[in-house]
Design a protein around this ligand. Structure first.
Ligand code: ANZ
Ligand code: ZN
Length: 831
């Protein structure tokens, strides 16, 4: 045979796989099922190195499970709605579909070439009307359950993309997509009530522990941010003498404002009261006299992100509102301030400030010369003196009925007292906000709601779905104008009310792409279902996903949303499980020179060029071999050329095997057989443990042992050589499918290597039999080594020379000769 030629192998086996449809599951109940999904790609441009890595990892799992005898579903689709398509369409005077589907075609061809074991027949695109019809259906399910609602509130606004962003899409105060600082804008928007599921999203994480990266679980836990504490009401005093209409606090009549606190034990230490400067409450509470100050201050605050507002190193700012609040336990009057370090949309937007025990409050008190009163004696120095708030446990002081209690007792007692007085109650507060799902952009599923003057909000009837996007809008028609481009398409907007038949208007917003991707894994099991989003039977057979693979950047976006939607559909009676992904693998990033690849750094590596140069198998092998899957791969540190060399070497084994197919390995060389069986046995355990890189290292060792057996051992006709070469082909199929397929066929097999069975391990070959080898230097015993009985002379020689006793005794002297009598004796003669 000619040498290993990756281009020839790709040209042969790619079409062969497609023709024989070798990666579709049987789905006939004959075998246990496994469902493997890589997070589907967004179709911007061609595939890149990041895709190449993630998909190489997912394919290892899919291929391994197939070899292990499972019926494996490993599908592919595209997350094909979203802003980049729309921006490209504006720039090119096109419809977003043109750019989107052209990119999908390019990516699909690259995926084919990349040799992934995908079932192409289930391919889906979220921008297909056949798919988004059901995304709209999903919206209506949530709407019917009271989980989708519209409200007017200040939302995150990206001035560049001219659209709103979910909290999850704001990263360090900037738009996740374009990096523009995010501002706030009051708008009427659609939300999903994910907060109703906060407790379940937290509690069900118990099912995921050990199967999801702890880091992701921690991020979700933190994002949901459950804190237990209390609501406590402070009565706001009317302003003496000047209590004009404008001065009456909300609700009037000395009404109360509620605070959220995790430390009700510190109630007696509250020395002032703060409301969020940008909250409606601040305007309601401010007296005429201070109104101007507040207005000016609000102007300042408007430009700051939540992160900046809460930064601990910033000098605290704020304004006095001219009014006092009354502590419900002590009766003490404390001044009411507005400040930016209190956020409008957390808790109640108002706090009791306890400077002795909360650093933010203490910083504020020191800036504005407000009193500091310690109420928990923690044994630390007085915060009023040190400027350091004390947060530890201790004994309550200066606290009337709480005096003498410890922190936990005092928390419980304070809650009892306010509850009995009707001025408070225990409560749980969450950081999680409802999911803002409407977008003022074109390229997404239109929200299936109709607004009728007579009937109000009316659902689009199921049979009228999908609400299709107009096909006649392109280029400038799609330019962002602060409202959805759909709003300018009168013909599209105008519709008869489904309820009264009168003139009505369609909702012109579209849905966040994260709604599309929140349920796609439920679609793959029955991708052609036309009457329902999915066939519950098919979903029951395959889902939940046994192994999900994707980047950690989705920890709180996609993964949290999918978990939420799965629970909603479960509650709807459509699913019998509550978690969509049993196990999650976060692959690392592909770096170049230690840095993420980026245009600005000019360190990008083009995947296509790598594939042209080294071949698919070498690139895939390099990705997987470089590090454990969770770690980053630095392309500057790896050697696809080395991988190609190894593949060629492995491939030659199959070309060299000279025993007939079916030869009984039991008659073969025992030394090589031991290596083969141990490698296979260890590989299974390593694969179960996601140590893919180690499996490759072990396969390399097996290739070396086999080569040695051919060239210097029992020879190419020994059946143990065939057994080893077959094991190599099977192991290699996980990462080098073209090479492995070719080896497999050269070895005389008809079917695809991925339908070969995982090699059976003969336990008797795994028994480690060892002896003690004596190592002498100049005739004197200098060391003893435990070695396998079947150790080769060469290996024993190497180990002997490296033994501690030997190096010590040689002490830098060279070696003249080494006499090896494996496995028991080595004699080293120094120079
Ligand atoms: C009094 C107090 C005393 C507090 C003390 C803390 C320590 P987590 O744990 O994050 O839930 N807080 C409440 N609402 C806030 C808002 N909208 N913006 C900024 N801070 C707010 O934090 C809860 C604590 O953060 C609450 O408990 C409140 O301060 C503050 F020694 O109340 B605490
Ligand atoms: Zn109507």
């Amino acid at each position: 045979a000619a040498g290993w030629d990756f281009a020839a192998l790709e040209a042969t086996w790619g079409p062969w796989w497609a023709q024989h449809d070798v990666f579709a599951p049987a789905d006939d109940g004959s075998r246990e099922r496994r469902y493997v999904v890589d997070m589907f790609p967004y179709p911007s441009g061609d595939l890149h190195m990041g895709h190449a890595e993630a998909f190489a990892m997912g394919d290892v799992v899919a291929r391994y499970w197939r070899l292990k005898g499972y019926d494996v579903l490993h599908p592919i689709g595209w997350d094909s709605f979203g802003l980049p398509a729309e921006n490209a369409a504006i720039a090119r005077n096109a419809h977003p579909a043109e750019w989107t589907y052209a990119n999908i075609a390019t990516q699909a061809a690259s995926f084919q070439r990349y040799g992934l074991s995908l079932d192409w027949s289930r391919r889906l695109h979220t921008s297909d009307p056949e798919y988004y019809r059901w995304t709209q259906w999903l919206f209506l399910q949530l709407y019917r359950r009271g989980l989708a609602y519209r409200k007017n509130s200040p939302v995150n606004w990206c001035p560049k993309d001219q659209t709103v962003l979910a909290n999850e899409q704001v990263v360090n105060g900037a738009c996740e997509r374009c990096g523009t600082p995010v501002t706030k804008k009051a708008l009427n928007q659609w939300y999903f009530r994910i907060t109703d599921y906060a407790d379940r999203l937290l509690d069900d994480m118990d099912q995921l522990a050990g199967h999801w990266p702890e880091r992701v679980l921690a991020m979700q836990r933190n994002w949901i941010g459950r804190s237990t504490g209390a609501h406590v009401d402070f009565v706001i005093e009317p302003v003496d003498g000047t209590a004009g209409a404008g001065d009456a606090p909300a609700g009037a009549g000395g009404s109360a404002v509620t605070v959220f606190t995790t430390r009700p034990d510190t109630l007696y230490g509250a020395t002032f009261f703060v409301v969020a400067a940008d909250a409606e409450l601040a305007t309601e509470l401010v007296t005429d006299e201070h109104a101007q100050m507040l207005t000016a201050y609000r102007e300042e605050v408007k430009h700051l992100s939540d992160i900046e507002r809460q930064a601990t190193d910033r000098t605290k700012t704020g304004v006095f509102l001219g009014r006092y609040a009354v502590n419900p336990l002590s009766g003490e009057r404390i001044p009411v301030w507005a400040a930016d370090y209190v956020l409008a949309d957390y808790g109640t937007g108002a706090i009791m400030a306890v400077p002795a025990h909360d650093q933010r409050d203490l910083d504020f008190a020191r800036t504005f010369d407000l009193p500091v009163r310690a109420v928990v004696d923690t044994g630390d120095e007085d915060p009023a003196v040190t400027g350091i708030a004390t947060t530890g446990d201790g004994v309550l002081i200066n606290s009337g009925p709480l005096d003498g209690l410890d922190k936990a007792e005092a928390i419980a007692r304070a809650v009892e007292l306010v509850t009995a007085a009707g001025t408070g109650e225990a409560t749980v507060n969450y950081r999680l906000r409802d999911w803002l799902v409407s977008r003022q952009r074109f390229w997404g599923p239109p929200i299936p709601i109709i607004h009728c003057e007579a009937c109000g909000e009316v659902s689009v009837p199921d049979e009228a779905l999908p609400v299709r996007l107009p096909e006649d809008m392109r280029g400038e028609d799609l330019a962002p104008r602060g409202q959805s481009p759909l709003a300018s398409n009168e013909a599209w907007v105008r519709v008869d009310c489904p309820s009264c038949g009168g003139p009505a208007r369609r909702d012109t917003d579209t849905m966040d792409t994260f709604v599309d991707s929140s349920w796609y894994v439920l679609r793959y099991p029955s991708p052609d279902e036309a009457e329902r989003p999915f066939d519950p039977e098919a979903v029951r057979r395959w889902a939940p996903v046994d192994q999900y693979v994707g980047g950690v950047e989705h920890a709180i976006l996609h993964l949290l949303y999918s978990r939420f939607i799965t629970k909603v559909l479960h509650d709807e009676g459509l699913l019998d499980f509550t978690e969509p992904f049993r196990a999650l693998l976060n692959q690392g990033q592909v770096l170049n020179g230690g840095r993420a690849m980026s245009k600005s750094l000019g360190n990008g590596v083009d995947l296509g060029q790598q594939l042209d140069r080294y071949g698919v198998d070498a690139v895939r092998l390099t990705m997987v071999f470089a590090s454990p899957p969770e770690d980053d791969v630095d392309w500057a540190d790896v050697s696809p050329a080395g991988s190609a060399k190894f593949l060629a070497r492995a491939w030659r084994l199959a070309a060299d095997v000279a025993s007939p197919a079916g030869a009984d390995p039991a008659t073969g060389d025992r030394v090589l057989r031991t290596v083969t069986h141990r490698t296979v046995a260890d590989a299974a355990a390593l694969l179960d443990d996601h140590k893919f890189n180690v499996v490759i290292a072990r396969t390399m060792e097996l290739v070396n042992a086999t080569r040695k057996a051919i060239d210097a051992g029992p020879g190419a006709a020994d059946p143990a050589v065939r057994e080893a070469a077959e094991a190599v082909a099977i192991l290699l199929s996980l990462v080098g499918p073209y090479t492995a397929e070719d080896m497999w066929h050269r070895l005389g097999h008809e079917g695809p290597v991925n339908q070969a069975a995982w090699p059976a391990v003969e336990e008797s070959l795994l028994v480690q039999r060892t002896v003690t080898a004596v190592v002498q230097v100049a005739g004197k015993v200098r060391d003893r080594l435990e070695v396998p009985v079947d150790i080769s002379e060469e290996e024993l020689r190497e180990r002997a020379l490296a033994a501690d006793g030997v190096t010590r005794s040689l002490d830098g002297r060279g070696v003249r000769t080494v006499i090896v009598r494996a496995p028991k004796l080595v004699n080293i003669v120094p120079a």
